[in-house]
Ligand binder design. Structure first.
Ligand code: HEM
Length: 438
């Protein structure tokens, strides 16, 4: 790679010291690059990464006693709001009631199935989930500013690799570039709106805006950073839901088992989400297996100081890439048929604790949204299976040929930063209706 060393890690045990070594290995360049793509004011970049030193006003200041740079301190803010505790409970309470309202048949039939025609399952998952996730973080104002925001987030994600992996110029990634610009404009307008119009936003977003404003960030920088938050909160979750649903729906026995398993969570008016994520091992096993099989991202770290990795001395300027998909495909760890979905692979095992299982990366920069992601995904899938019946259709929504399910494979050819898409032409189509029994 341009005279620099690229080290690719495919052994889970070798990944542990890489994830935990934040002194010599950094993902700051990657973060800076993405924040730049999302539109932060580049003249403020230095300020975002500057660590307060003695004599400066922000040195040992109250919300940041460890003197982290603003960028690093934001990560601590995410942890505060997204790790188990009162903040997460508040965020989740609002999210679970949104899911419950949004995913009942009366609401869904007007939005998706009014004509009773074939529905592309990915569109359905994206529309129903992105809207709720985004409203839960930003409140109602964001959709008053940009009613098509959900569509733009979807459009950006479906082509995000052109901008985020290969940095294509806008003319070569028109759909993604246009969507990104519209999302940025909406968030900028949102940040510049009076604070009292944003009072129904999540504590995370309110605190994020307040703290960045008081640290001297301008609206453009805050909007760029919040685009990153919005994108991170949305990109993987709806696709993971799609895969979980598609694997469950293609296996009638599994569908019945999971419907029986989740039934006790629906004994009162409000869904018992704690029951779903604590007491439904078969649904959880599907979540782990879908993550293992469909996560296509990598972790990239720059070597910033000499370091020994796997007996090799790495010099500053080298790059280490943890090939997560390779880790997830190790048959010695995960057993036979690693390329196929198995609903029971993670059942009654501690495979999810393996150093080879890394859908959320690891170490200091492990995904801070993983607890929220798990709750959202499991409860979303459970609500849909409880409330709806799905009839699988053939290619592009045509009738099934001789009752045979069409092929349904992951598109591994498109470079990806997270959960992968199905192959073009193999997207799952379904007829959705109110659940008849159960
Ligand atoms: C299935 C869903 C998700 C997957 C697979 C996923 C995956 C990841 C991965 C792999 C990383 C780390 C990249 C690296 O270290 O190389 C990451 C970071 C991050 N994710 Fe997620 N994510 C998911 C959902 C979410 C959600 C719902 C949120 C927020 C609400 C979120 C917020 C973040 C943040 C803030 C970081 C940066 C952490 C840091 O730098 O300290 N993620 N995610």
């Amino acid at each position: 790679m341009m005279g620099e060393n690229l080290v690719i890690v495919t052994n889970g045990h070798d990944a542990i010291p890489i994830y935990s070594n934040t002194k010599s290995l950094s993902w700051a360049r990657f973060l800076k690059q993405i924040a730049g793509i999302f539109g932060i004011d580049m003249s403020q970049e230095e300020m975002l990464w500057h660590q307060p030193t003695p004599g400066e006003e922000r040195y040992f200041s109250d919300p940041n006693p460890k003197n982290k740079s603003l960028a690093m301190w934001s990560e601590a803010l995410y942890r505060q709001h997204l790790y188990p505790g009162q903040h997460l409970e508040n965020l989740w309470k609002a999210m679970s009631s949104r899911l419950q309202n949004g995913l009942n048949w009366t609401n869904l039939r007007t939005r998706h199935s009014g004509d009773g025609g074939p529905t592309m399952l990915m569109d359905f998952c994206a529309e129903s989930l992105i809207t709720e996730v985004t409203r839960n973080l930003f409140g109602e104002l964001i959709y008053e500013i940009e009613p098509s925001l959900t569509q733009y987030i979807y459009n950006l994600n479906e082509e995000n690799w052109k901008l985020l992996v290969f940095s294509y110029p806008s003319f070569a990634a028109k759909q993604a570039a246009r969507a990104k610009a519209r999302i940025f404009d909406a968030i900028l307008n949102y940040v510049q709106s009076p604070a009292e119009l944003r009072e129904d936003s999540a504590g995370l977003v309110r605190t994020y805006i307040n703290e960045h404003e008081s640290a001297g960030c301008n609206a453009q920088t805050i909007a760029g950073l919040l685009c990153l938050t919005l994108f991170g909160a949305n990109v993987n979750v709806y696709r993971l839901n799609y895969w979980m649903l598609s694997y469950i729906l293609r296996d009638q026995g599994l569908l019945e088992t999971i419907r029986t398993e989740i039934a006790p969570a629906f004994q009162s008016n409000a869904v018992n989400s704690q029951y779903i994520y604590d007491s439904c091992p078969r649904l959880c096993a599907v979540w782990f297996e879908a993550l293992r099989l469909t996560f296509g991202g990598v972790s990239v770290r720059d070597v910033t100081a000499p370091v020994i990795s796997h007996g090799k001395r790495l010099r500053p300027g080298s790059t280490v890439m943890i090939a997560i998909r390779e880790l997830h495909s190790n048959a010695d760890v995960f057993g036979a048929n690693v390329d196929d979905f198995s609903a029971t692979r993670f059942l009654d095992t501690d495979l999810d604790k393996s150093p080879y299982f890394r859908p959320f990366a690891g170490g200091m920069n492990i995904c801070t949204g993983r607890y929220l992601a798990k709750r959202t995904t499991l409860v979303y899938v459970a609500l849909l299976l409880q409330n709806l019946d799905f009839e699988i259709l053939g290619r592009s929504g045509a009738a099934l040929e001789n009752g045979k399910l069409p092929p349904h494979e992951i598109d591994q050819a498109i470079p990806n930063m997270g959960i992968m898409a199905p192959k073009k032409g193999q997207e799952m189509y379904v007829n959705i209706s109110e659940r008849k029994s159960g």
